[in-house]
Design a protein around this ligand. Structure first.
Ligand SMILES: *Cc1c(COP(=O)(O)O)cnc(C)c1O
Length: 456
């Protein structure tokens, strides 16, 4: 966004804040909070210096981790609401922003095809998943939790924290939960909840939620879908023809709980995850009796259905305002953005497939692409080549390319590439999260740089 546009909109926000404040009698700020402009400027200058070390997450040549800038509308909405600093724990703390949160969360539930829900925003995917697994434990106090080897590492941690026994399900050759192994585990253990990952953080693989659902009728367990990264791709599953495999997304309405992170693919700054429960009566588990909140209304306060107490109302304002500009629709708004990131991943994959220099690990299901050097066969040499490419690609004065690395089980990779020599148990490959719509046009440039680095 151009600087003049930023300035115009910032003025608009400041005008609003000033007008809002003027509704109450003026007062003098206490001298203890007074700081000279020079000192403020110096503090900011010192900060700028420290911040300048940050990788260029905003840039299309940054194709490493799942990082992208929040949209300006989210920043402006957050900035504005921050002046009020509402707390969405209670309607007493965030009267306006609690309603914004309820509306935004209802839109996320509708995106997933849910007709009923109970849910709220969270600090992120980790706390949202923890909450879902906590409800799972309260529902089935004596039963276990199952998740795949490639599920987010925090599921294991959450189970440890909750002291729930867990089992880890193998992955198939595409990185998805292996249902034969899941069924064997279901026969052996009292599993009460299966976690299906819709878009694994490493490979971007989608567990077959629809097939897990088929096992549910036989073994009776809850399904929690961790769609922190992949959930927004429901929009592309709704296109005709669908631009991602639709079946797992079509099964989401039948899951018991879902986590979706607006700070992953919803253009939000960090601090915005979301957990949804299909059965609103799980609200009973949250019952607590706080002596100092919930006075202004008999209506539902979000703190009554949330593990966390204080939560930023500004995050709800940012998400709500973003959804005004980028509605959750398959052919415009957020759908158009995701279609571009998906296009980027497919184009990168096509190039890796046709290339002599690289081999793609799996066909991308969403917008993460993983690959390794084609002229190496030993796990140790592939890993060394990965380190070299990773380092060299980002060391360039004019057009550095930033990638990330992913450690995989070497025996698993050998199932896909039988010529692999297992001289060590793990192998490190390159990973690229093409999460920005600009990646759709940046792929050729990223590609040229990778080719050049590979030839060195
Ligand atoms: C990112 C991610 C998480 C963790 O979410 P945070 O917001 O980083 O706490 C959990 N699960 C999946 C699949 C993720 O991609």
């Amino acid at each position: 966004m151009k600087r003049e546009v930023w300035q115009g909109l910032l003025d608009r926000c400041l005008d609003f804040i000033e007008g809002w404040r003027r509704r109450w009698p003026a007062f003098e700020p206490d001298p203890t909070v007074d700081v000279s402009v020079d000192r403020l400027a110096a503090a900011l200058d010192a900060l700028f210096q420290r911040l300048s070390d940050t990788y260029p997450f905003f840039h299309p040549l940054y194709a490493g981790q799942m990082l992208k800038p929040p949209h300006p509308v989210a920043i402006l909405a957050y900035f504005t609401a921050l002046h009020m600093n509402p707390n969405n724990h209670a309607l007493d703390g965030g009267p306006a922003t609690s309603y914004l949160e309820k509306e935004a969360v209802a839109e996320l539930a509708a995106l997933l095809g849910w007709t009923t829900h109970l849910g709220h925003l969270t600090g992120g995917g980790t706390i949202a998943n923890l909450e879902a697994l906590w409800v799972a434990r309260e529902t089935h106090p004596d039963r276990w939790i199952a998740f795949s080897e490639h599920a987010h590492y925090t599921h294991r941690r959450a189970c440890e924290l909750l002291r729930v026994p867990y089992v880890v399900v193998d992955i198939d050759e595409r990185g998805r939960m292996d249902l034969n192994h899941l069924e064997a585990l279901l026969r052996r253990h009292p599993i009460g909840t299966v976690v299906a990952t819709v878009g694994t953080t490493g490979l971007g693989a989608i567990d077959p939620v629809h097939e897990i659902l088929a096992l549910q009728t036989r073994y009776g367990f809850r399904i929690h879908a961790d769609a922190a990264y992949g959930g927004f791709f429901s929009l592309l599953a709704q296109r005709t023809p669908p631009e991602v495999e639709p079946a797992p997304f079509q099964a989401l309405p039948l899951c018991d709980s879902v986590v979706i992170d607006p700070h992953k693919h919803g253009l939000q700054p960090y601090g915005c995850g979301c957990v949804l429960f299909r059965d609103p009566t799980v609200g009973r588990f949250y019952k607590h009796d706080s002596p100092y909140t919930y006075f202004t209304s008999p209506e539902l306060h979000l703190g009554e259905i949330s593990l966390e107490c204080s939560r930023p109302g500004a995050a709800a304002a940012a998400l709500w305002a973003t959804l005004q500009c980028f509605p959750l629709r398959p052919y415009d708004g957020l759908g158009s953005i995701l279609a571009r990131t998906r296009m980027a991943a497919l184009e990168a994959y096509r190039r890796f497939q046709a290339s002599d220099a690289f081999r793609p690990v799996v066909e991308p299901e969403l917008d993460i692409v993983t690959f390794f050097m084609a002229d190496e066969f030993r796990a140790s040499r592939i890993s060394a080549a990965t380190e070299r490419i990773f380092e060299t690609a980002m060391r360039d004065d004019t057009a550095p390319v930033y990638l990330s690395k992913l450690r995989l089980d070497a025996a698993w990779l050998k199932r896909r590439f039988p010529d692999l020599v297992l001289d060590q148990p793990e192998v490190t490959v390159l990973r690229s999260a093409l999460m920005k719509p600009e990646h759709a046009t940046a792929v050729p440039q990223i590609w040229d740089r990778l080719q050049a680095v590979a030839e060195q």
